[in-house]
Design a protein around this ligand. Structure first.
Ligand SMILES: Nc1ncnc2c1ncn2[C@@H]1O[C@H](COP(=O)(O)OP(=O)(O)OP(=O)(O)O)[C@@H](O)[C@H]1O
Length: 373
């Protein structure tokens, strides 16, 4: 491409590219008034120094749950000295890791990395709450990961019963789950069920016009005026809705379409840019899931990709060769990947041998393998 066909370094279709990044907090939070009202109702006691109601938030991925908690926590902190902690359970997926994070939020330094027992960690947090008469509100974001690793009941038990072990400790819990197949209450131990009666707040999928509204605002802040027209927003909204309504797909698509336009040396985004960017953006979901996996989980995904549609027993041979792990661990990993929606493990009857599971990828194998590299 000749120099005069390229945009110079300081020319761009973007006004503020940060608007399309993961950590951007949107100025306005459209179409979530009812959810915000219900959450506020549950958390209001915390602003007065009392224990809030516990909450269970559910809804498909990319429907604004994390954003809602973040906004409310900011508001709470602005009007009171309540402690708030938003824990990402995809990263902190054990009870110990969750409490280390809580410690860090409250004391503003990390707990010692070795040698401190859970009991001690827990005791330091509750002592501080009791001595200073403080409230702690904990949001366990993507709490479904605690269930996959069988840590949910212990974690919740400690949080919910803190006031029994340490009289006067006021802790409220907000659970956030995007796994609609997971029946949270049902999956908890009975000792936890008996003390957990949360307020329920549901975040439905955004429909196409709602997606267009939300993305329209991003375009206004993110693109140079006139470089990304309403027909682009409509097309992006349509593709986002078709892919399951995760707003992350739409936001990523806008950014990639902008970059694509710049690559064509164009000062405006066209429909062709959207369509070619979509090939990548439709997989943002997949990338996010893969990022959170351990080495052995990634190894299993790769093996399934190479043996798509084969029976679990056959796939195990390849997996064992790769990792040396035993069959029990293998079965647990399969269950987790199945729950995450990365693979489909379906039972089929095999003549004379009872039932066996067939494993197939829920995504295109090449798309998966590319992202594992
Ligand atoms: N109503 C809205 N207005 C503006 N932006 C929104 C809205 N809802 C969601 N977003 C944006 O969409 C993206 C995904 O939202 P968020 O992380 O809150 O979803 P989530 O429901 O927590 O997803 P997951 O369950 O996968 O963690 C974020 O970039 C967020 O800023």
């Amino acid at each position: 491409m000749a120099d005069d066909e390229m945009l110079s370094w300081d020319e761009s279709v973007f006004r503020d590219e940060h608007v399309f990044e993961i950590d951007y907090v949107p100025e306005t939070f459209y179409h979530r008034d009812e959810q915000m009202q219900n959450l506020k109702y549950a958390l209001r006691p915390a602003a007065r120094g009392s224990r809030p109601l516990n909450v269970m938030m559910r809804g498909p991925p990319g429907t604004g749950k994390t954003t809602a908690v973040g906004k409310l926590f900011d508001e709470l902190q602005a009007v009171s000295d309540v402690n708030v902690a938003q824990v990402n359970c995809q990263v902190d997926s054990t009870r110990y890791a969750v409490f280390s994070r809580l410690f860090e939020e409250m004391f503003e330094y990390e707990p010692p990395t070795s040698g401190i027992s859970f009991k001690k960690l827990f005791g330091q947090i509750t002592d501080r709450l009791v001595e200073d008469d403080e409230v702690l509100v904990v949001a366990l974001d993507d709490v479904n990961y605690l269930f996959y690793d069988d840590e949910a009941s212990d974690t919740l038990y400690s949080l919910l019963r803190a006031h029994e072990a340490h009289s006067g400790a006021k802790i409220g819990v907000v659970l956030v789950s995007s796994d609609l197949d997971l029946d949270i209450i049902e999956e908890l131990d009975t000792r936890v069920q008996s003390v957990f009666r949360p307020e329920e707040v549901y975040f439905p999928r955004y429909d196409e016009p709602e997606i267009a509204d939300i993305l329209g605002e991003r375009v206004e802040y993110g693109f140079v005026h006139g470089s990304c027209g309403p027909e682009i927003v409509d097309r992006v909204a349509e593709l986002t809705a078709d892919t399951g309504g995760d707003l992350r797909v739409g936001i990523d698509l806008l950014r990639r379409a902008g970059l694509q336009a710049e690559m064509r040396a164009s000062r405006s985004v066209e429909l062709e840019d959207v369509d070619s960017a979509y090939d990548k953006s439709k997989y943002v979901h997949l990338s996010r899931h893969l990022q959170g996996l351990s080495d052995s989980e990634r190894a299993l995904v790769a093996v399934v990709a190479e043996h798509d549609g084969e029976r679990a027993g056959e796939v195990y041979e390849a997996f064992e060769e790769e990792t040396g792990l035993g069959y029990t661990r293998y079965s647990e990993l399969i269950n987790k990947l199945d729950q995450l929606g990365l693979i489909d493990a379906t039972y089929t009857s095999v003549e004379g041998r009872g039932r066996s599971r067939t494993l197939s990828l829920a995504y295109d194998a090449n798309a998966v393998l590319e992202r594992l590299d």
